[in-house]
Design a binder for this molecule. Structure first.
Ligand SMILES: Cc1cc2nc3c(=O)[nH]c(=O)nc-3n(C[C@H](O)[C@H](O)[C@H](O)COP(=O)(O)O)c2cc1C
Length: 150
């Protein structure tokens, strides 16, 4: 598991500076965000949201938010706009269980200046037999994969 400290809201990145925390694995993620053509962000639903580890990673991308919305520079300057998809699962069969996390993840991809290309959401994982849910999720996964590669 990666070691990612939470954002301290020190506000150092407010002026476009990079994150002051240099002692964890976010440096790997910062570099990848600037290099890759697509990201599949995966997290199960914990208490109606993404996991604490995922949220810590997202919060540490506040420096990208500043870049995009305050400094008005583009993280993918000079290349095609990258895309992001969200993969998630939850114990509940109710689709509403994914809504808060989808909003969070959309905000994340907007902050890092990626196009949100869709999601694959598998509910009802508490059920002993996923049955038709699994088939539908696999079909969604193929569609999201195609969108990511378009
Ligand atoms: C701490 C914790 C909180 C959870 N909160 C929710 C929740 O709010 N809604 C829900 O539908 N499932 C919830 N679950 C169930 C998980 O989303 C579900 O078991 C999921 O399949 C876990 O992912 P995994 O199968 O990849 O391990 C929670 C599970 C844990 C451990």
């Amino acid at each position: 598991m990666m070691n990612i400290n939470p954002c301290q809201e020190c506000r150092e990145c407010d002026s476009g500076a990079s994150c002051v925390q240099h002692n964890d694995d976010m440096s790997i993620i910062y570099r990848k965000i600037r290099e890759v053509d697509g990201i599949a962000l995966s997290s199960p639903i914990f208490f109606m949201g993404v996991t604490a580890q995922t949220k810590a990673m997202i919060d540490r991308c506040q420096c990208f938010w500043i870049e995009r919305y305050v400094m008005k520079t583009r993280a993918y300057e000079g290349r095609r706009r990258p895309k992001g998809v969200f993969l998630s699962c939850a114990g509940s069969p109710k689709p509403i269980v994914f809504e808060p996390a989808v909003h969070t993840v959309k905000a994340f991809f907007a902050a890092i200046d990626y196009e949100y290309a869709g999601e694959v959401l598998l509910g009802h994982t508490d059920a002993p037999d996923l049955g038709s849910y699994k088939a539908a999720a696999l079909e969604n996964a193929r569609a999201a994969g195609r969108k990511l590669c378009e």
